[in-house]
Design a protein around this ligand. Structure first.
Ligand code: URP
Ligand code: ZN
Ligand code: ZN
Length: 474
């Protein structure tokens, strides 16, 4: 007799689709079989059972940033995740101004503890102000946060190449990943200055400021820095063809560089920003969506493995905070960021798996297992004996319309407002605890636990520069 049995669902396993029961004991998947019996039984007939999602790029309860208020805390963000079939989050441990990376991690741990209803880890964040790297990187790895995010742009955040190289070398040595927001800072600044004062009643200039060429240059440069250091780099929110091309070039040279994209880059295109301002304000994020054809190129890369990760970049900037107090309501002063925790996985299910753009294997990778493997999240991301029982029962036939106001995020809007999706999470289970049943979140204490993530074996990182040079520095 198991603690919990999910009976007769269509099971999304690494080996392919199967039909049967899942037995859960002590929070883990104990058996996959038929005619299993449990203290609690959930009927899965006509439903698809898939792993709980892992969203490894989201912003929750961050200190105010460039005038931006982070509207979701770990409670509302975690509840939004559950609604969207996600049972693990890896947000950023953003330091408050003046704090080090380690203090940023301590802050995030204190704020998530006892609040977050799903399991969580943290990426550290490095800026020019977050203190010396040499003692912090090993300490962060030892504390279970073997990944550091850096920005190539944004006032107060942009890292110069030398600083990036130091960070990458240390991360490589300690088995940590480096995540990068890749846009050429000089281009953004120059274009912003050039356009200053030319208010035009819409948000089209956001596309010029965050030009695709700025992303191309930054991704290409990160490819070169990855070659030089041998560090493993993740380019977050790759927005279109230019980023994809530069990723592929660097990968072909042997650089350990991976790409992530997000639903907003396949569901929206640039035209939304030049349209009515009230619609554009619900779709203001950086880098922005690109020309209409970019989505198909991104889907192909998701299907073929050219992109490794699918994350929300949930950045819960409320519409009423789009503009800092007293600032003109135009493109030059708007704060970027949109919510996405509730829609990340439903969009992957609907537009990827159900629409036939993705195989089951790629859906499984992108929903959870790729993030688990890359970011060292042990025991999660798959339906297999011994894994945590993080499970989602989907009704594959439900047709529903995205309505941000009906969700759990405090932002109350969605960049995908009004879009129709096929398939919806009905029952969500975290380590054997049922958090949502028949589409309704269940009351109960927040059950999220901090995940002490494992670093990679530094020996597995190749260094194209060292390998092609006839002597080495030890
Ligand atoms: O517009 C965005 N993406 N805001 C969130 C911060 C970031 O750059 O990921
Ligand atoms: Zn970013
Ligand atoms: Zn982000």
């Amino acid at each position: 007799m198991f603690d919990l049995v999910i009976r007769g669902a269509r099971l999304g396993l690494a080996e392919g689709w199967d039909e049967g029961d899942i037995g859960v004991a002590a929070g883990r998947i104990a058996a996959i079989g038929r005619n299993l019996r449990g203290g609690v039984e959930i009927d899965g007939a006509g439903r698809w059972l898939l792993p709980g999602g892992i969203d490894a790029h989201c912003h929750l309860d961050q200190p105010d940033w460039g005038g931006a208020r982070c509207h979701d805390d770990y409670g509302s963000g975690g509840r939004a995740a559950i609604l969207g079939g996600t049972t693990t989050l890896v947000p950023f441990a953003m330091p408050a101004p003046g704090q080090t990376m380690r203090e940023g991690l301590a802050r995030a741990l204190a704020r998530a503890g006892g609040q977050c209803p799903v399991d969580y880890g943290f990426h550290a964040v490095a800026t020019p102000q977050t203190g010396p790297l040499a003692e912090q990187v090993p300490a962060l790895v030892a504390a279970g946060a073997p990944s550091v995010k850096a920005f190539m742009t944004y006032e107060g955040f942009a890292m110069q190449d030398g600083h990036l190289l130091d960070l990458m070398q240390l991360c490589r040595a300690h088995g940590a990943n480096v995540l990068v927001h890749a846009e050429n800072d000089a281009i953004l600044r120059w274009m912003r200055k050039r356009l200053a004062g030319r208010a035009c009643g819409h948000f089209g200039p956001h596309l010029l400021i965050h030009a695709e060429a700025a992303e191309r240059d930054a991704v290409a440069r990160m490819g070169v820095l990855a070659e030089v250091t041998g560090a493993r780099v993740v380019i977050v929110h790759v927005s279109g063809r230019a980023g994809l091309e530069e990723l592929a070039r660097a990968q072909a040279r042997g650089a350990a560089i991976l790409g992530e994209t997000c639903p907003q880059y396949v569901m929206l295109d640039a035209s939304v920003l030049a349209g009515p301002p009230e619609r554009a304000l619900r779709a203001l994020f950086a880098p922005p969506p690109r020309a209409a054809g970019a989505a198909e190129a991104l889907w192909q890369a998701l299907a073929g493995g050219g992109l490794a990760l699918w994350s929300s970049d949930h950045s819960p900037c409320p519409l009423e905070d789009r503009f800092p107090a007293g600032a003109p309501h135009d493109f030059a002063h708007a704060v970027s960021g949109v919510p996405g925790l509730e829609t990340r996985l439903p969009i992957l299910f609907s537009e990827g798996l159900a629409a036939g753009r993705l195989s089951l294997a790629r859906y499984l990778d992108l929903s959870a297992s790729a993030a688990a493997d890359l970011y060292g999240i042990a025991g999660k991301g798959r339906i297999a004996p011994g894994e945590d029982a993080d499970l989602v029962l989907w009704n594959p036939a439900t047709r529903w319309q995205v309505r941000g106001a009906e969700g759990q995020s405090k932002t109350g809007y969605s960049p995908f407002e009004g879009m129709w999706l096929t398939g919806r999470p009905e029952t969500v289970i975290l380590r054997g605890h049922v958090l949502m049943r028949d589409g309704a979140p269940l009351p109960g204490p927040p059950r999220g636990r901090f995940l002490h993530r494992r670093p990679a074996d530094p020996g597995q990182f190749r260094s194209p520069l060292e390998e092609s040079t006839p002597w080495t520095v030890s």
